[in-house]
Design a protein around this ligand. Sequence first.
Ligand SMILES: CC(C)(COP(=O)(O)OP(=O)(O)OC[C@H]1O[C@@H](n2cnc3c(N)ncnc32)[C@H](O)[C@@H]1OP(=O)(O)O)[C@@H](O)C(=O)NCCC(=O)NCCS
Length: 185
Amino acid sequence: MLPLQINESLSVRLFEPAHAQLLLDLILQNREHLDRWLRWSGRIKTLEDAQMLIDSASERYLAGNGFHAGMWLDGQLVGGIACHNINRDSSKSEIGYWLDEQFTGRGLVTLACSAVITRLFRDEHLHRIEIQAAADNVRSCAVAERLGFQFEGIKRESEWITDSFRDHALYSLLDREWTSQVFGA
Ligand SMILES: CC(C)(COP(=O)(O)OP(=O)(O)OC[C@H]1O[C@@H](n2cnc3c(N)ncnc32)[C@H](O)[C@@H]1OP(=O)(O)O)[C@@H](O)C(=O)NCCC(=O)NCCS
């Protein structure tokens, strides 16, 4: 299902071992912006950590169990998009996303998610896709809502983020609800 060329500038491509330094640098530059909300970014502190993340993402993709890929704008790494835990019995999965803070506010994640969702429904034959965001992560909840996900409720203290358990808002989208909307960049 990857790579995805979304428009002439934006693509979603799997990380390769050679991207470890780029990935680490982006995470270090966005330490507070990411660690405040993400389950995994706080663990990425060294080049080896970034390499391990890339290796495990690549294994996951090869095993047909989702991905964590880079979002590239005109050849520059600007963030990531992930599909976690594909449950084949119930044809469902969860997506997540993150951006370099400098590239927020342009609709890039909404656009990339839109293309990824179309592929997940079409190529992976999923029935349901979830987004879970910390309940006070207004920008992430806005992405889910902009994409047409329905709010299902709050999961109390459901995720350990950096230093505390956080309440999470659960959103879902069903295949029949997705109209392959294409958002302008
Ligand atoms: C969550 C996160 C990815 C959202 O980033 P974002 O830039 O707000 O999301 P998008 O790239 O979809 O851009 C949407 C913004 O661009 C604006 N925009 C501009 N052109 C747009 C277009 N063509 N389409 C959609 N939105 C557009 C929207 O109005 C919105 O801005 P606003 O919130 O000020 O109204 C980002 O805040 C982030 O990386 N946070 C840290 C990590 C994180 O929280 N990840 C999610 C964990 S659940």
